[in-house]
Design a protein around this ligand. Structure first.
Ligand code: MTE
Ligand code: MO
Length: 170
């Protein structure tokens, strides 16, 4: 009886040890079109390239919505998307800098600290609609410019990558 019990305990314990970390590390596989690839220093990979995301995966993360003035319009714009820090956490990214690239080949570096300090989002909806590539989509890195004076500067406007396609974590 004692042996059966300890064997069961051992089996349960090893199942826990094996399954918990694996579930925590694994990133679900992509079923739709890949719109964001995070490579470099990421631990949760779902492809050779790194951590790939389709729209549904980004929409399953907690969503933030804010309305802010921007350099792109005279009217305030409502943006919705997951927090950059939550997307990075999903990819288990650790590093100091993000090298962001856009569909139009624009590139810029974003300090990782921005994701912690500010509620930066990777927006996939603008004024309640999917963002078309023509209108700076499908993904747009947006800072809550109206929430802090310091964010209304060219430093952060330049880091506001529209048509975002990839992030390399350095
Ligand atoms: N994809 C993409 N994102 C970009 C840029 C760009 O050329 N392509 N320009 C950056 C710069 S330098 C600024 S100041 C802001 C505003 O650029 P815009 O007025 O040309 O849209 O977007 C940033 N994001
Ligand atoms: Mo700029």
């Amino acid at each position: 009886m004692k042996t059966v019990f300890s064997t069961t305990c051992l089996a349960l314990a090893s199942m826990l040890i094996l399954s918990v970390p694996l579930n925590a590390i694994a990133l679900e596989s992509v079923t739709g079109k890949v719109i964001l690839t995070i490579s470099g220093k990421v631990e949760a990979k779902n492809s050779d390239k790194g951590a790939e995301f389709d729209l549904a995966m980004l929409e399953r993360l907690p969503q933030q919505t804010f309305t802010t003035m921007t350099p792109w319009s005279k009217q305030p714009i409502k943006f919705t998307g997951p927090l950059l820090r939550d997307v990075l956490a999903a990819a288990r990214a650790s590093g100091t800098v993000l090298n962001a690239s856009a569909l139009n080949d624009f590139q810029t570096s974003i300090p990782m600290g921005d994701a912690r300090k500010f509620d930066v989002i990777i927006a996939h909806h603008m004024n309640g609609e999917i963002i078309s590539v023509k209108t700076k989509g499908p993904l747009f890195i947006v800072y809550p410019y109206d929430s802090k004076v310091e964010l209304r500067s060219v430093i952060y406007y330049e880091r506001s990558v529209w048509q975002l396609k990839s992030l390399i974590v350095k």
